[in-house]
Write a protein that binds this ligand. Structure first.
Ligand code: EPU
Length: 428
């Protein structure tokens, strides 16, 4: 078991380089299975969610060569399995993308569904609706979702909810289907555009990614390509929020400022000064942030994956703010952890009322999910004294080199190994 020990209260200062986007990588890597020659993927974040995807791809028969820390060459030519077992899917939230990718590659897939996650169930009914529209038959066998088709044929699919996962999965299944697929009410996140750009660079014919109507004209085959993943919007936003919470001055480098617009708007409302460059943003603030209201929405709205981090900044702001979560049913579980540190937050269903306090007090807290963990980091960094964060494997799912990056910004943070009860008993 590992934990983070933060000695907080120091303003973050300096430059941080943002890694490749987790949510683009976990879609683009399975998409490589659709190619009939090797692909080189660059700017891959070195995080456990990505490692688990690569392990699953290797188990399916792909040949994987690490070229350097952020670049891999993947040869999918010898992939012969269409099964992603429960054990393989366990460490992955994005296991469902193997359904679309394997269905697109070999007209069949058997994949363990993504585990429930710590902020609610993860339904895949819209993914299934899309696969069925393309002609696949979906069954549940021994707890695995099985999708089979004699032939996939393009169709129109209207998504009842704007779903990132369903949009991606339907794109993966449709890219080599016969004829035209139209996804209406599609999600518009930057990683959807990135996946479309990647598939198009392999020879696909996808138009409209980034709007709510995506048109995919099936092609016979896809060739290998070299592709660089976009920077991580949420990692960038997390460091921006940390800069504001610690009254710092941080240059967030290797970002696409356009992807950060909604986050920039809210941090400016709080009184931060933000300068945009071509591939960087600088966040400066030397006073306590001001209150503001935030409502999460699908892109281009304020991202739900930044909700815990922004709530943490608002917990330290002057005045009372309201944060409304409109994407996930229950994404406020981390609030209990923040209140252990003295935050004044009342949650009522999908709404949190946050009365800012002058300062938080250190307490042992847990990362109840990935972004909740990011929120605990921000709280610890902004608080005088020693904060310990447990269950940090959830933070490692999505933040590359977090200790190194924060240390370079002047923070005092250590990763500390502590044996758990089972290990202590074993040693006794
Ligand atoms: N939904 C359905 N039916 C479906 C699919 C989704 O009702 O078939 C609902 C969900 O319950 C939720 C909403 O639609 O209320 C949006 O879910 P979506 O499908 O967009 O989420 P996802 O694809 O499972 C991705 C990210 C999440 C991020 C959401 C929303 C990946 C791997 N994950 O999940 O990221 O919160 O989109 O933007 O891309 C994270 O990185 O911390 C994370 C949780």
């Amino acid at each position: 078991m590992e934990k983070f020990v933060i000695s907080g209260g120091t303003s973050l200062k300096g430059t941080v380089r943002i890694s490749g986007a987790k949510n683009a990588a976990v879609a683009i890597l399975p998409a490589v299975l659709l190619a009939d020659s090797p692909c080189i993927i660059e700017n891959i974040p070195n995080i456990s969610d990505v490692t688990n995807i690569l392990i699953a791809m290797e188990a399916l028969g792909a040949n994987i060569k690490n070229i350097n820390k952020s670049t891999v060459e993947i040869d999918p030519r010898h992939v012969n399995s269409f099964v992603v077992s429960k054990q393989m899917a366990e460490g992955m939230r994005a296991s469902s993308y193997f359904l679309g990718a394997l269905l697109g590659r070999m007209n069949k897939a058997r994949v363990a569904p993504p585990g429930g996650c710590n902020f609610g169930v993860r339904p895949i009914d819209q993914h299934i609706k899309g696969f069925e529209a393309l002609g696949a038959k979906i069954t549940l066998e021994n707890g695995l979702v099985e999708a089979t088709a004699n032939e996939l044929v393009g169709a129109s699919v209207y998504l009842d909810v704007v779903s990132v996962g369903a949009t991606i999965n339907i794109m993966l299944a449709a890219v080599k289907a016969k004829g035209l697929t139209v996804i209406e009410n599609a999600a518009r996140e930057p990683h959807i555009v990135d996946l479309a750009n990647f598939l198009n660079s392999m020879g696909a014919d996808i138009m409209g990614a980034g709007t709510n109507i995506i048109k995919i004209r099936g092609v016979g085959s896809l060739r290998g390509t070299t592709y660089s993943i976009i920077p991580d919007q949420i990692e960038a936003g997390t460091y921006m929020a940390a800069a504001v919470a610690t009254k710092g001055d941080v240059l967030i480098d290797n970002v696409t400022p356009k992807h950060l617009e909604s986050i920039i708007a809210k941090l400016k409302e709080m009184g931060a000064e933000i300068t945009e460059y071509d591939e960087a943003v600088r966040v400066t603030i030397n006073h306590r942030p001001k209150k503001c209201n935030v409502k999460t929405m699908p892109h281009p709205g304020f991202p739900t994956d930044m909700q815990p981090q922004i709530t943490t900044v608002l917990a330290l702001a002057e005045g009372t703010s309201i944060v409304t979560e409109s994407v996930w049913d229950s994404r406020f579980r981390y609030v209990e952890q923040l209140t252990l540190m003295g935050a004044d937050i009342q949650v009522d269903g999908k709404m949190a009322v946050i009365t800012g306090v002058d300062s938080l007090t250190p307490a042992p807290v847990k990362a109840v999910d990935l972004r909740a963990g990011a929120a605990m980091l921000i709280a610890g960094l902004a608080t005088d004294g020693i904060t310990e964060i447990e269950e940090i494997e959830r933070i490692d799912r999505g933040y590359e080199d977090v200790v190194e990056k924060l240390t370079a910004l002047g923070a005092s943070i250590k990763r500390v190994y502590t044996p758990d009860n089972a290990e202590i008993l074993k040693q006794a």
